[in-house]
Design a protein around this ligand. Structure first.
Ligand SMILES: Cc1cc2nc3c(=O)[nH]c(=O)nc-3n(C[C@H](O)[C@H](O)[C@H](O)COP(=O)(O)OP(=O)(O)OC[C@H]3O[C@@H](n4cnc5c(N)ncnc54)[C@H](O)[C@@H]3O)c2cc1C
Length: 470
């Protein structure tokens, strides 16, 4: 079967609406260096990075491409640098997408500030502003490239196979994950069951990843899911929303009354298509009453009744079948962690990445970047030769220490921002000040593009000087 190609404007482009050919199914009992569970961005990247290190990889995805994924569809600078390294950025550039040049923040009392993400200046600093494109398309391109790299390096790729069980054993050295049992045609299907083993199994199965669940809940009996750190997200695609023209411009985040302590977003993704959604921490959602208990109902109301938004939707039409919800596992630090922050993400024979390791940024809701970053990190911690007898607990601990050492500060800062934005008066005041003082806009744009700059935000003198002084 040809995935390849569609000819447009004289060039050759991949068609992300077609199936992806992934080759033959490995024999039952085959042994690998690395098994990757989940073919989202984290799994596709982990499989590719480890295959590029010379590992024999098995990449397993339960869905069959093309497939949808509920998301806001914003792909930030951190994600784009990995996409570039894996040869995906070029594929994205060749397919329809929206270039995010700025972010509009709106507060409950109607103040708005547009924070520019100046592309050239960012590129000069080695940073990039963001893109927005449907995840059906981005994930297709990531998986397409991931399976290509895996197969070129002697590995195998399965689509339409669900991981039923993560196999493990306990010896005098302690517990160890040894591989997976999979089934074709979904969990309840009549399909074939096969088993595979590997030195290391990488969990990239999203917020309910079977590798993460087996490791955290079953083996270590540590807390896996926590409403204080999980966010509900709801998304619809709309056409004809007023205020968005062309394929470059702002995305919008609104901290409006009816949605607080969550937020309402409008992210154009391409060709006049806009991703419209709402996110709210599940612990906060549980406290709401009436309409506010359901994200779908809140969004319905905002679109039909909200004085600032209803005009923008008068000529708009929702894409049928696009109304879907999903969960975001935040990387906010846990109060009394049982082991590692934000949650255990490795053990002998296993590592987890992205949502499976609970790494979504608690302020922006971005998770693709950290999924790709940790995917690459796994390839630096697993060594095919040194770990030919197995991926030991000591290596697992090193992975977890590097993970939190790299991401701990920015995830902790984002948690503070997230908590701050739920206070209406503070948000109103902050957005109003930002709209009047260009330095605050600049500070916010630095913060979004460079998490390093977030450190400044928590310096009391910097805050006083920038925000409070006239
Ligand atoms: C409403 C919403 C809005 C969001 N907005 C943004 C945004 O704008 N920008 C951003 O960066 N992030 C956003 N996120 C977060 C982002 O979607 C995730 O952080 C990101 O998808 C994580 O990638 P991942 O590869 O770790 O997991 P996933 O993308 O969830 O991929 C997991 C894969 O594993 C597969 N799988 C699951 N179980 C099994 C199994 N048993 N066997 C085999 N395969 C399995 C799944 O089918 C899936 O393909 C949003 C999330 C939501 C819910």
């Amino acid at each position: 079967m040809h995935n390849d190609v569609r000819h447009a404007r004289g060039s050759v482009v991949l068609d992300y609406k077609q199936p992806i050919e992934t080759g033959s199914i490995p024999d039952d009992g085959t042994d690998f260096d690395v098994i990757v569970v989940g073919g989202g961005p984290g799994g596709s990247a982990a499989a590719a990075y480890n295959a590029m290190n010379g590992c024999k990889v098995l990449l397993i995805e339960k869905d069959v491409w093309p497939r949808d994924k509920v998301c806001g569809d914003a792909v930030g600078g951190k994600s784009l640098s990995h996409a570039k390294e894996l040869g995906v950025l070029q594929l994205v550039d060749e397919s329809p997408h929206y270039v995010v040049d700025s972010i509009i923040f709106g507060s409950a009392n109607g103040s708005e500030v547009r924070v520019m993400l100046p592309k050239e200046a960012y590129e000069a600093k080695g940073l990039q502003s963001g893109y927005a494109l449907p995840r059906q398309q981005f994930d297709w391109l990531m998986f397409y490239r991931g399976q290509q790299i895996v197969r070129e390096n002697g590995g195998f790729v399965l689509q339409g196979f669900s991981v039923l069980e993560v196999t493990h054993e306990t010896s005098e050295d302690g517990p160890k994950i040894t591989g997976v049992r999979v089934k074709s045609g979904g969990l309840r299907g009549e399909g074939d069951e096969l088993a595979y083993t590997a030195r290391v199994t990488i969990g990239a199965g999203g917020y309910n990843c079977p590798v993460a669940r087996t490791m955290v809940s079953d083996i270590f009996e540590e807390p896996f899911r926590d409403d204080e750190h999980f966010c509900g997200g709801y998304r619809e695609y709309w056409e004809g929303v007023d205020g968005f023209e062309g394929d470059e411009g702002p995305i919008e985040i609104h901290f409006i009354d009816e949605v607080l302590p969550g937020y309402f977003w409008l992210f154009p993704v391409r060709d006049g298509l806009v991703n419209v959604g709402i996110g709210m921490l599940i612990s906060e959602q549980r406290k709401q009453k009436g309409r506010k208990k359901s994200l779908k109902k809140i969004q319905d109301w905002v679109i039909k009744e909200h004085p600032r938004f209803k005009q923008r939707f008068t000529k708009a039409k929702m894409l049928e079948g696009s109304a879907k919800g999903w969960q975001l596992p935040f990387g906010s630090p846990r109060r009394n962690p049982s082991s590692f922050q934000p949650r255990r993400s490795a053990m002998a024979g296993a590592m987890t990445v992205g949502d499976a390791a609970s790494l979504v940024d608690p302020f922006s809701g971005e998770g693709i970047g950290n999924a790709l970053l940790t995917a690459k990190m796994t390839s630096a911690h697993f060594d095919r030769i040194a770990h030919s007898q197995g991926f030991p607990e000591t290596a697992a601990d090193e992975y977890m220490r590097e993970l939190w050492g790299t991401l701990g500060k920015e995830l902790s800062n984002s948690t503070k921002l997230q908590r701050m934005m739920k206070w209406k008066k503070l948000t109103n005041w902050f957005v109003k000040r930002a709209s009047k003082k260009p330095e605050i806009g600049e500070m916010m744009s630095e913060m979004i593009a460079s998490k390093e700059a977030q450190k400044k935000l928590w310096s009391p003198w910097f805050l006083f000087k920038t925000i409070v002084l006239p």
